[in-house]
Write a protein that binds this ligand. Sequence first.
Ligand code: KG4
Ligand code: ZN
Length: 328
Amino acid sequence: MNILGIESSCDETAAAVLSDGKVLSNVIASQTVHEQFGGVVPELASRAHNKTIWATVDQAIETAGVTMPDIDAIAVAKGPGLMGSLLVGLGFAKGLSLSWEKPLIGVNHIDAHMYANFIDHKEVFPFVALIVSGGHTRLVHVPKPFEHNLLGKTRDDAAGEAFDKIGKMLELPYPGGPQVDKHSQTGDPTFVDFPRAMAKKGLDFSFSGLKTSVLYYLQDQDEEFIKVHLDDICASVSAAISDVLVIKLRRAIRKTGVKEVMVAGGVSANSMLRNKVLAMANKEKVNVMIPAMEYCTDNAAMIAKAGEMKARLGQFDGPELKPFASMK
Ligand code: KG4
Ligand code: ZN
């Protein structure tokens, strides 16, 4: 089965071809226009998607070495995301589906982040997933495909959002997450003892207190000190965020008794988080899945993978498929 995946929910225009579960192409056009604003500007994102989507899909098909008749279905991200951005991908996918006479499959972007883990790993159920992206932080128990029981979620900022906002405070380029991660690698994670909010109980998260705590900390230091200790501060921030994520994931594992665990979403690219999750899983004697780097942040291979799984279940959509901005 050959699936064409299309992703345009935020600031990445992406297309991929998946053939019997194998990624034949995975093209990502990242939008650089937002850097000067320190965050994604929705209108500029939609326009950039519009400009690049055709070439991106074309390149994915060409790189995969397939042609139109080889494609069995078109999977597209239907949300959550920026409405204008989603509409570009969805409109394009619908047009292609109608003109090529191929079935359409709307895919939830967050589900796709999870099922990205099944690109390089056999599909296993049940599992517990820690989903950590720019807009979402949640723990879910998944007994079978596309049946997701929410165990916990953030009450304010998402983990990626916390990384990005703190990166901005430290005057690092946008997005802050990968930058804070890079500086953390040569820093001392015990340099500042930032708060681990709500670590003691429950499965919900809160990151807005950490953000405020970092802000106050920085206000108390002079510029030179921050410059000299940038790596130490970044490492301390990464430690605070990853500690809470791992503590909650461990609690979810113990609560559910599940033996398969995964991390998903952009923040799963974080090196400290990856190391801590692996160490914890080893201690808890559970199997852990973390996507390869290229499938952590937004990409279309994950959309194609979730699309393939839906196709096997016969879950297709028609031209009335609507985008949605946020999860209920
Ligand atoms: O999943 P994703 O690509 O887009 C959303 O669906 O939101 O996640 C993007 C988020 C951003 O907040 C970004 O800063 C964060 O993932 N991120 C990281 C790293 N790479 C991406 N955060 C920490 N460490 C990283 N290495
Ligand atoms: Zn994403």
